[in-house]
Design a protein around this ligand. Structure first.
Ligand code: FAD
Length: 416
């Protein structure tokens, strides 16, 4: 097993399909171009993916985009990379990375393989929720597996009829007389579906749960009476389906996950019953930003533009050089807002995280479209990676909270 601190590859880690660990939080029923030199990223905790990891992830990206199949190779690289340990505290075998380091890693992974970056991001997001809201037993049982890359985590919140704000969940969690829970429902757009070893499932358990002041407050995302559950991938009541065909992020195994008569012990519950919306509301305060994915994709597009300019001798034209400067300025600005979100130094760090997703995803879509035009006919060839970057960049705005919902969350307090 490799060192988490150096994020050197972990050799001989066990694949998801051959895991024999039991989920011990409770008894489950038997059922080309030379890149412009870039300064070293800010190393707040000295955690960056190794060049070998980036090369291996880059090598998978195109084939997964063409096939649209879940990218098992990329997941294996992530498992071996040490990156899955990023946000696990050192006390539980992790790297204890802060949001700046996490965003930097996610950006770097996205610059070579955006699908792998969203799988990494979702894993770290679920892991952070466990760190923040888990019981000591959940920490003891889950965090070492997540840190070692033996368990990949996924989040199953969205449903086709739930709405971007997840207020109308059809997935129900009912408590049995003996204190267990039975989950029933169908989730959609779950990244790492069928590849993950544990899913954070959002379900409606009751609709009358009072807030701390006796009345549930609308946080804009999620609703009263919703509860989180950690369901292992091997649970017989959890059925992944990766038949969904996305236009971008095609290696990310983003698909459906159903829970059917899925009985879990009370120890699988993450957080108190009915308080998922307040857990969701605190997520943005972590500073982890999907904007980092957008920055990585934008950087990849900018690199492609430089590669083209170098090959075609275009640097001789002042107009071309200035066009590249305009693109670089947009990438740098997006990177700066994501870094600010990660630093959590804004007066309201949660708002800064929402702004960073909006700014970076919009910048990435603009940069990729501009680079596609800059590439001329070469960029219009189906197999040019710029087309993948365009489809991948678009996904960031659609991922939760969608950009529309981010605007709603930023502006909600003005209307209270
Ligand atoms: C590549 C990819 C990966 C994803 N991975 C995951 C994952 O791992 N886990 C997961 O749970 N989900 C995931 N999602 C789903 C994502 O989180 C979205 O929340 C979900 O798709 C929202 O659905 P919708 O846009 O279809 O919602 P709809 O409610 O149908 O929204 C339709 C449109 O209206 C806008 N809108 C809706 N409600 C509001 C509102 N209250 N205020 C302002 N605008 C609004 C939306 O922004 C959208 O543009 C993923 C999506 C994509 C594309």
């Amino acid at each position: 097993m490799g060192s988490v601190d150096s994020l050197t590859p972990l050799r001989g880690s066990t694949s998801a399909r051959t895991l024999t660990d039991s989920y011990t939080v409770g008894p489950f029923p038997a059922t080309g171009h030379r890149r412009a030199p870039r300064p070293e990223p800010v190393r707040v905790t000295a955690l960056v993916p190794s060049p070998e990891v980036l090369e291996r992830l880059a090598a998978c990206a195109e084939a997964a985009d063409v096939s649209g199949e879940p990218d098992r190779d990329a997941v294996q690289v992530l498992r071996e990379s040490g990156l899955l340990a990023l946000v696990v505290p050192k006390s539980h075998g992790g790297a204890g990375a802060d949001a700046v380091a996490l965003n930097t890693c996610v950006e770097q992974v996205a610059s070579v393989n955006a699908s792998a970056a969203i799988m990494l991001f979702q894993h770290c997001a679920v892991t952070s929720r466990i760190v923040e809201n888990g019981t000591p037993a959940q920490h003891r049982d889950l965090l070492p597996k997540l840190a070692a890359g033996r368990w990949l985590a996924a989040s199953a919140w969205s449903e086709s009829g739930a709405g971007a704000d997840k207020k109308n969940l059809a997935t129900q969690a009912r408590r049995t007389p003996d204190g267990e829970w039975i989950l029933d429902g169908a989730k959609s757009f779950t990244t790492s579906a069928g590849l993950a070893d544990v899913y954070l499932v959002l379900a409606q358990s009751r609709d009358d749960s009072p807030g701390p002041d006796g009345a549930a407050q609308d946080t804009g995302y999620g609703a009263a009476g919703q509860t989180f559950f950690l369901v292992p991938g091997g649970h017989p009541g959890l059925l992944p389906d990766t038949s969904m065909r996305l236009s971008g992020m095609r290696g990310s195994a983003t698909g459906f996950v159903s829970v059917r008569e899925c009985r879990v012990p009370d120890s699988a519950r993450l957080g108190a019953p009915g308080v998922a919306a307040s857990i969701i509301a605190r997520v943005r305060n972590s500073g982890a930003s999907l904007g980092a994915v957008a920055v990585g994709v934008a950087q990849a597009a900018l690199d492609a533009a430089h590669a083209h300019a170098g090959r075609r001798g275009l640097y001789a034209h002042q107009a071309v050089r200035h066009r590249l400067v305009d693109l670089a300025t947009q990438v740098e600005s997006a990177r700066a807002v994501v870094e600010r979100a990660g630093r959590r130094t804004a007066a309201d760090p949660g708002m800064a995280t929402l702004h960073s997703k909006l700014a970076a995803s919009e910048a990435a879509e603009r940069v990729v479209a501009d680079v596609a035009r800059f590439l001329g006919s070469a960029g219009y060839v189906e197999t040019h990676p710029i087309n993948r970057f365009g489809r991948d960049a678009r996904a960031v705005a659609l991922m939760g909270p969608t950009n529309d919902l981010c605007k709603e969350l930023v502006s909600l307090p003005w209307n209270r």
